[in-house]
Design a protein around this ligand. Structure first.
Ligand SMILES: [Zn+2]
Length: 120
């Protein structure tokens, strides 16, 4: 049970991550507990939105049964330059040579909890 309610990430225009009110540790966007001191008072702070892909999986998204315009997207773990790791959608598909590819925040996708990043 959460002790506070964070605003949905989709309500902000810019990419934000968490920051512990007690010790200042920077945290993943959806963090509700500080990984350093276990404090649950987490503030939002803006992020540069740049980082490197740690790993990823390609997912074929079908918007509806009648739509044949399948769009491959990639869900990735991104190590932000500020330190925290976050899940992120990557536009398009990556190949095996793009490990540790540099990515940057692009936008939030309506209805999706994770931000969309694009390759730099
Ligand atoms: Zn802390």
């Amino acid at each position: 049970m959460h002790t506070q309610t964070l605003p949905p990430a989709t309500t902000v225009d810019s990419f934000t991550i968490g920051r512990c009110d007690a010790c200042g540790t920077l945290l993943a966007p959806d963090a509700t507990t500080c990984s350093s001191c276990r404090n649950t008072a987490i503030s939002r702070t803006s992020s540069e939105g740049t980082g490197s892909i740690v790993s990823w999986t390609v997912i074929e998204i079908s918007p509806s049964r009648t739509c044949t315009d399948f769009t491959p997207y990639t869900i990735a773990i991104v190590a932000l330059d500020e330190g925290p790791w976050t899940y992120a959608w990557i536009e398009g598909a990556l190949d095996g040579n793009q490990k540790r590819a540099r990515v940057r925040y692009d936008r939030m996708i309506a209805g999706e909890p994770y931000p969309l990043f694009v390759c730099q």
